[in-house]
Design a protein around this ligand. Structure first.
Ligand code: TAP
Length: 499
């Protein structure tokens, strides 16, 4: 893997090209209307290119082509081992182009380059490779019938899958859908978030280079309310996989009901708890995990541990360790390899985060760190990591997803109270639990209502572990792991009777 330093980044930036067209049927094309939209670097406030602004007519074309190629079987009927080979090549090409892809995500999203290179793009390739490798290792089933019958349970690809994606991990979220959907033989149309389109366009070009047939992987840039809605309502789209906010997720259920009852898979928001029990000894390590859970990716993370639920006896020593830990979290130019915190995704979102900070102060929470916009002279949208003490779980900052670098500290007295506070939310995506006692860990892990409980760490698990939410954090499936393959497959029963 490339070793990052200022010179390497400077040279790569000098040769960085922006591929700004939609990818339909294997070709880079303008929107049929000819319209474009500006792409802004949120770390500088500067517009750096213009991207095709697609509409319903482009969706129509992409769906028709995706359907044709699916029915023709160019990809859907390839032997699984052939799909594996091509997808592994696709993963290799992502690795080869890792720095280019990483820089695209820096300039579009303001994410730190060390994160986009070593985490986002690395894991994008790993995810495609993992699902690729599974392609010819998943067996179908034979029913336990009498000797007079043979019953087979066969997985078939669903058909045309649309994926509508968020802006916080553009390539990685695309890979979470692409890996299993392509592995099962589907055609896929991705609508990236308008503000983070470029790495997904490059992924589609690399997929073509690897040998994934034209029309199998399409990218339609444009607005959610136009392109996303058109995909959700389309009668020839068989499945919509959506990652984003709970409010837009609900719309996909309506789209399905109003159209063809397409399968809907939703990965939504979160307000995840981090519980620290009174027996924790190593506060320095715990503080490192707490900081990563709350502030990694500037808190623009669905599984962000935005509520620290700490035993009252440990609050002050843990906060002390956390404030020390945060001294090492440098905020600044996301192109600097030393920087750990870049900008917010845009001005509107930054203002939203700042208004939550205002709300926290109004409702009586005590500011222990940060709280302000900084680096205004850059033209970018930077917010300091912010820690609120004396939060109660009914406050707005403890209930609503802020999607920014804001941590609420809440105390508890008993184990029961910790669980009650942790579960007192509409969400149920992720959670962390810190304790030295395996019995406490096992008991509490069963009681926390969340799709992932990470013990003594902040983690979503690797490719082998399913990821998705309880309650209003998700619907209809799981990303990652073999569970993800099933959600892009139809089960068919084939039943024989002896003559
Ligand atoms: P959203 O505003 O929900 O946008 C997500 C996607 O939906 C974007 O591509 C957006 O398009 C599109 N969209 C917007 N309105 C639509 C409509 N009426 N019909 C169809 N599509 C529409 O979320 P976001 O702000 O990008 O991302 C933040 C949210 O995503 C947070 O709540 C976060 O928790 C969640 N998230 C969840 C996960 C997982 S795995 N659970 C992972 C990442 C993020 P445009 O923005 O281009 O208009």
């Amino acid at each position: 893997m490339v070793e990052l330093n200022h010179q390497v980044i400077k040279e790569a930036l000098a040769s960085l090209e922006f591929h700004t067209k939609a990818i339909i049927n294997g070709k880079a094309v303008d929107a049929l209307s000819g319209k474009t939209f500006p792409a802004e670097n949120p770390a500088t406030g500067q517009v750096f290119t213009h991207i095709a602004l697609c509409g319903e007519e482009d969706v129509e074309l992409a769906v028709q082509n995706a359907r044709e190629v699916f029915e023709r079987g160019d990809w859907s009927r390839l032997a699984p081992a052939d799909r594996r080979r091509i997808m592994v090549k696709f993963a290799d090409l992502i690795d080869e182009h890792a720095l280019e892809l990483a820089l695209l995500e820096v300039v579009e999203a303001g994410k730190p380059v060390s994160e986009t290179l070593y985490t986002d793009i690395h894991e994008t390739a790993e995810c495609i490779r993992w699902h690729a490798e599974a392609t010819d290792k998943i067996y179908d089933q034979v029913c336990p019938t009498s000797r007079d019958n043979l019953g087979m349970i066969i997985r078939e690809p669903i058909g045309v899958v649309a994926a509508v994606l968020p802006w916080n991990f553009p390539a990685q979220m695309a890979a979470w859908k692409l890996g299993p959907a392509l592995s099962m033989g589907n055609s896929i149309i991705i609508k990236p978030a308008e503000i983070t389109t470029l790495s997904t366009i490059r992924l589609a070009e690399l997929a073509l280079e690897a040998g994934i047939p034209a029309g199998v992987f399409n990218v339609i840039p444009g607005e959610g309310s136009v392109v996303g809605q058109a995909l959700g309502l389309h009668m020839e789209v068989d499945c919509c996989a959506f990652t984003g906010s709970t409010s837009v997720g609900r719309k996909f259920l309506e789209y399905a009901a109003k159209s063809n009852l397409k399968r809907i898979i939703l990965e939504l928001g979160g307000k995840s708890p981090q519980i620290v029990m009174p027996d924790v000894v190593d506060l320095k390590t715990t503080a490192q995990h707490v900081a990563a859970a709350a502030f990694w990716n500037m808190g623009e993370n669905c599984s962000s541990g935005s509520r620290l639920i700490v035993h009252e006896s440990l609050k002050e020593p843990l906060l002390k360790a956390l404030l020390t830990e945060m001294e090492g979290w440098q905020l600044g130019d996301p192109l600097d390899p030393e920087v750990k915190l870049g900008s917010m995704i845009g001005q509107k979102h930054m203002n939203n985060v700042l208004s939550y900070i205002e709300k926290g102060l109004e409702e009586g929470a005590e500011l222990r760190l940060g709280g302000k916009q900084v680096l205004k002279e850059t033209g970018g949208y930077f917010v300091e990591p912010t820690i609120f003490d004396n939060v109660t779980n009914d406050m707005t900052i403890a209930q609503e997803e802020i999607f920014g670098p804001v941590l609420s500290v809440i105390t508890f007295k008993t184990e029961e109270e910790a669980i009650q506070i942790a579960n007192d939310t509409n969400y149920g995506l992720a959670s962390s639990l810190h304790t030295e006692n395996i019995h406490v860990a096992n008991r509490m892990a069963r009681l926390i209502k969340a799709g992932t409980v990470s013990i003594n760490c902040f983690s979503e698990g690797d490719s082998t572990a399913p990821f998705g939410g309880f309650k209003q954090s998700g619907f209809g499936g799981r990303d990652k792991s073999l569970a993800a393959h099933d959600q892009y497959a139809e089960l068919k029963t084939v039943w024989y009777e002896n003559r």
